[in-house]
Unconditional design. Sequence first.
Length: 376
Amino acid sequence: MRLDIITIFPDYFAPLDISLLGKARRRGLIEVHVHDLRQWTHDRHRTVDDTPYGGGPGMVMKPDPWGEALDTIAPPPTTPDAVPERSQQPPSPDAGEPAAQTGSAEAEPGAVPYGEQPPPGTGASAAQAGSAAAKSGAVPSGEQPSSDAGASAEQAGSSMAEGGAVSGREERPFSLEGDESAGRVRASAAVAGPVPRLIVPTPSGRPFTQEMAVELAAEPWLIFACGRYEGIDARVVEEARTRMRVDEVSIGDYVLAGGEAAVLVIVEAVGRLVPGVLGNAESVADDSFAPGAMQTLLEGPVYTKPPVWRDRAVPEVLLSGNHGAIARWRRDQALRRTVANRPDLAASLDPGRLDERDRQVLAEAGLPTGGEPVAD
């Protein structure tokens, strides 16, 4: 799976270099490429927002940088300078990609693979001289990242160098290929083949659920657009829908300062479902909301050693070795917890899929099988 994330704060995604997702990246199960939106601006201040038409508070993200970013990462199918079909695996470190080695203008602006940092002064040079070479966030093969890259970028007002997170671990190479004739550059993975799916976090989107996470985990290529301020100019989504599937997604009924935190949530939920990421794939079946027996149910309590802790004992049934009784106990606990914490989910349970014991537990918890809560 390939993930492209467009943001004005690349450093926000440093957590993707650790834990399960970091391991998955190093094993080649997931590719993550973070792009600084400001690299597609053309003024000295690298402006990405402007006042809203019709008046009102706040600022709106301009369509031009977003349009150029999406065109670069996922060129429209009608683009005359089509590139060869993407390979299943990225090139090896010694493949000799000129752009990756030289950091020339052929390198895609703003793409920072994790485990690498932009070269010294990248952000400052780009802001001061508008140099396309300096805008490239890729570190040439064999070079060492600069320890003060973030500081240089901050002084120049560059979000680009803010982002290079940076474990220093050995990473899969990020190959770049240019296209001078079209006056545009692109990542080598953004080529003919799989059509990406664009995810735009927004409070006005449809709710993100485990079911959606399962659906997205089957996609070969996802692009995430991290909005800020009052949001992204609506024409960006309208235009993107003409060439790819677009989902406006909400992770909850609350408002964040930007889409970055929401993207981290979605990537974590989706990434763990990619085959091979979890050590034991069967553990997914017992997740809350998982398709099957746990659909619309919350997972019940879990326990580990010691059997007694501070005078509190593990339920005896879990120590019995009776797998049938254990499974029944866990389902009972899931039903009770769902009624207590998410009565909306409990009310949506399909009565036709409930056995006699399920109905008894729900009634005891205050929700009869008809779906209407018991009156106080």
